[in-house]
Design a protein around this ligand. Sequence first.
Ligand code: FES
Ligand SMILES: [Fe+2]
Length: 350
Amino acid sequence: MTDYLMNAWYMGAWCNEVTEKPMSRRLLGVNTLFYRKTDGTVVALRDRCPHRFAPLSKGKVINDQIQCPYHGLVFDGTGQCVANPITSDTRIPEAVRVQRFPVVEQSNIVWFWPGDPAKCDTSPIPQFPYLSDNMTYKHVYGLTPVKAHFELETDNLMDLSHVDMVHPGFSGVFNKTSKYTAGRNGNTVFSNWVTTDAKNAPVMEQTSFPTNGAPIDQWLEMSWQPPGAMYLEVAVTRTGEPRSAGYSLKSVHILTPETEHDTHYFWSAAIYSHEHVPLDLFRAGFNNAFDFEDKPMIEAVAAEMGDEIDLLSMKPLLLRSDAGSVLARRVLKELIAKEKQEYYQYDRVG
Ligand code: FES
Ligand SMILES: [Fe+2]
């Protein structure tokens, strides 16, 4: 069974997915209801009425409050029950409430905190300021459902040595000069490749950085923050030219468990505003890579593992290029162990 890190920020949605209409999403095994109030703020509640467990998301938002579709109890944005239309007794006990999740909107992302609200701390929210820079960049956004434990998707992203085999559009760059480094800085893990004097990738050649066959140098720099937020910068330049003279492609990859066997893979990538690459074509390229190239491979791995979700417990062969993904798994494990220890200490004292 998965132990999730609970006191942490997970991505619940892209901002534009949350409107004044209720939206339900299963997150860490819990159906979660999102809606936007008239002042623009986002509400996240457990999508289960405490009375007979009807999904509140099937109800209506009226005056910033959600009405259960079964017997009509009304809950406000804090989860407190504020009305019962079928009784003349207007006293509603304080205890009649739905679990509320703290929410922060930042750079187009709705983050939610599934753990103890008293421990909610906004400082570890991963920062991706380029996502809200609409002057410099044009962005595309996606959400790919993957039938696999979210750490298998983390492995895929933290080990980009699969690119040559799995992504023909980006293939052909790795060569004998390719150097890999991985490391940890606090709870952030990086996983980087540098390749020199390489063949340009077909996608770069045909779109943002054509070199007409001239060789390139490439930097692949992926960083991970717990529990599952990654930022990738792919930089290319003509061989021998400074990196600043070339091109860079930025993307974020954020994983939130739906269940222990299913993952919400949120992704976004950006081209520069002045580029003439059609945005639809750019979006389709990413969509194709994640939905039709990575996803089938990761799902096949998950299917092969069956009910087991802890890859390392199955003693896989580890290569040097696995260092980043193994480090990310280790950091997450440490954080979960620390959280459990704190919980039990508190429990004993309390
Ligand atoms: S199930 Fe919601 S009011 Fe009865
Ligand atoms: Fe991939």
